[in-house]
Design a protein around this ligand. Sequence first.
Ligand SMILES: [Zn+2]
Length: 214
Amino acid sequence: MLSVLVAMAALGAAHAQANDRPSTPKPLLAETLALKFLKSLPREWSGTSARDCETYADKNIDRLSPAFAMSAARFLHAFVETHGHVTITSAHRTAQEQACVCEGEKGPCAGRPRIVKIKRGRRIVRRSTSRHQSGIALDVRAGTGTDDEFGCLHEFAQFNPQFGVRFPLGKRDRPHMEPAANHRPVRVAGIGMIRSQVRPCARLNGTLVDAPVD
Ligand SMILES: [Zn+2]
């Protein structure tokens, strides 16, 4: 864990530097560290589809948009430091993987073909695109996934807009995280500074764990 902390501090520093000089290309190091941190988190199938499509695998993390991967890594790092466990259940998805996760999913699912009525009673098949397919969505479970734990995760994103992430679907899709609209990254020098600037969620005092307590 220590190496990850050092890595995250470097990530913050590299990111701040990038903001100073917007003309230089994004530092590869910061992206690599962000992906490394995301891969260090527990990852597993959410169990909401018919079968495990393994969209939390290394290859799916690697295909996230670099800017979103950095926001997500910094947000989740701060959340873990403040409140405890998170588990990644889905990252980038190909069109095929999107179709796979829609199988058995009860609610609406982007990518599932829908029959849409158009002019003069004609019908066409329409297939929408999930943000996961663009690499700008990550599904994350807080602790064991209770209402309070998810509520805390959502609150943490609201209270700390500096990380640039949000949970746009709220209770309709509690794990679904996306980049915040119009987010401008703030300068962050290191991990210590991040911690002092973080506002914890109000609803949970204890530490979140990844296994239910009997
Ligand atoms: Zn999602």
